[in-house]
Write a protein that binds this ligand. Structure first.
Ligand code: CA
Length: 224
């Protein structure tokens, strides 16, 4: 799940980035409205967290342009506490939800999860053999037992599950895990896969290494 965060206040942005990453999202951050507009015109996101008071191009204008392009990407707007009119205009322009500053970070995480779930038409649960994965709550279970995984391990597993039986390159895994300017090395990916193999052992699922190319989560009928 990839989020575009448009927020010019550095302190707020840093806190939001940390909270969203903790929630397992990859975050791209832009500090101006014009950069937000450019990013949204060229890439697709699962959610936009949009401050309305942005330099260069007001947040409301970014939102209007996004909707004018017929994008249905969910948008959560951030507004000042007493700016009721601003909020109404935002919702009228096609925002899906709003939060007023200051807000509690766990609430933002919860709303981001709810909006991305709505956006993808999910509370989707993926089942493969003995393993089940709830995409909305990001919970992995094997034979009904919760498996403790880090946010990054879940990110890797999610990518492999969505392409089960097919090759997933290390680049695809890196893309899925990272926002701009973040680096996850191929070595780190190898470590996540190594840990996943161990933790998922009871499921009987195998993550095959395709040398030089990437990984493939084998479907149970193919794994012997
Ligand atoms: Ca602002």
């Amino acid at each position: 799940m990839r989020i575009l965060l448009a927020e010019d206040d550095e302190i707020i942005a840093d806190a939001l980035i940390r909270a969203l990453k903790r929630g397992g999202f990859a975050v791209d951050h832009v500090p101006t409205g014009s950069e937000a507009d450019a990013a949204l015109a060229s890439q697709s996101y699962d959610l936009v967290v949009l401050d309305l008071g942005l330099p260069k191009l007001p947040g409301i204008e970014v939102l209007k342009r996004l909707r004018a392009r017929k994008s249905t990407t969910p948008v959560l707007i951030l507004t000042a506490q007493d700016a009721i009119e601003e909020r109404v205009r935002g919702l009228d322009a096609g925002a899906d939800d709003y939060m007023t500053k200051p807000f509690a970070l766990p609430e933002l995480e919860a709303r981001a999860r709810a909006l991305t779930r709505r956006g993808t038409g999910q509370g989707r649960c993926i089942t493969l053999g003995l393993l089940s994965y709830d995409q909305a709550d990001r919970v992995v279970m094997v034979s009904g037992q919760v498996v403790e995984l880090s946010a990054r391990e879940i990110g890797v597993l999610e990518t492999l599950l969505l392409r089960a039986g097919r090759l997933v390159s290390k680049e695809q895994l890196v893309d899925h895990l990272c926002g701009w300017g973040e680096e996850v090395s191929h070595n780190a990916i190898e470590v996540y896969v190594h840990r996943l193999r161990k933790k998922l052992e009871p499921s009987g699922l195998k993550i095959a290494t395709v040398r030089g190319l990437g990984y493939c989560l084998e479907k149970p009928d193919a794994a012997t």
